[in-house]
Design a protein around this ligand. Structure first.
Ligand code: SAM
Length: 219
């Protein structure tokens, strides 16, 4: 199933979703068509995708259900947008960029907002940041779009710093995974990649991950 559709499926009926890095507004179109939210706030820092998103929304007659804001992530967002989010999606960009957006977010954003985070690389960097910055991971979902796997992390602001292991940083926790079948396929693909490239020889982290994977994935 399409990655954007799978992110939209994780959203429960609500008032408002913020999509940071909304690009062509495909997520907003999915969410609004599925009647998951009354309003979507699309946040873009670049003119081109901002305009492309607005054009797409107009074509789909969804302009009145969206706000399209040019902004650097969530910096001072409450000065421009007066509706608070139930969900904040930050997807399809590197983990370092997601961390940067979270780090600089407006402190006046609703503390109960649910974050759906889908990095396209360096997922370990994001999980380590979430643990250090006192976010709790509520659930996780590995999704498969054609031949590519994506990890989606659902997090909420918590109160305590958490310690996480190397394998948790890379894969999350099995008990938090929604789709156990796809998760096992993902672990199998990761194990095969480490074996094929003999990555366990090159770094301690890969050796730890490989040991962990061998215990969980059968041949
Ligand atoms: C590769 S696209 C991903 C689009 C979509 N979220 C997805 O999952 O397919 C990344 C988008 O994020 C935007 N972006 C990157 N950093 C941003 C930031 N700090 N604030 C707002 N938008 C940002 C880029 O302009 C680009 O349109």
């Amino acid at each position: 199933m399409n990655r954007i559709k799978q992110i939209s499926n994780l959203i429960e009926k609500c008032q408002c979703v913020y999509d940071v890095g909304s690009d062509h507004a495909l997520l907003a179109i999915n969410i609004l068509r599925d009647k998951k939210a009354k309003q979507v706030v699309n946040i873009e820092k670049n003119w081109l995708p901002h305009n492309a998103g607005k054009t797409n929304l107009a074509k789909n007659h969804l302009t009145t259900k969206t706000l399209n804001v040019l902004n650097d992530g969530l910096v001072d967002i409450t000065k421009k947008v007066f509706i608070q989010p139930n969900y904040i999606v930050i997807a399809g960009m590197g983990a370092n960029n997601i961390v940067n957006i979270l780090e600089k977010k407006d402190p006046k954003i609703n503390r109960n907002a649910i974050y759906l985070l889908e990095p396209n690389c360096d997922v370990d960097v994001l999980r380590r940041y979430l643990a250090k910055a006192k976010y709790d991971v509520v659930y996780e979902n590995v999704c498969l779009d054609r031949t590519k796997f994506y990890q989606i992390i659902c997090a909420k602001q918590g109160t305590k710093i958490r310690k996480i292991s190397t394998y948790e940083a890379y894969f999350g926790l099995s008990e938090k995974q929604i789709d156990k079948k796809i998760w096992m396929l993902y672990l199998k693909a990761c194990k095969q990649k480490i074996e094929k490239k003999k990555l366990y020889k090159f770094s301690h982290a890969y050796a730890v991950l490989y040991d962990w994977l061998k215990k969980r994935v059968k041949k």
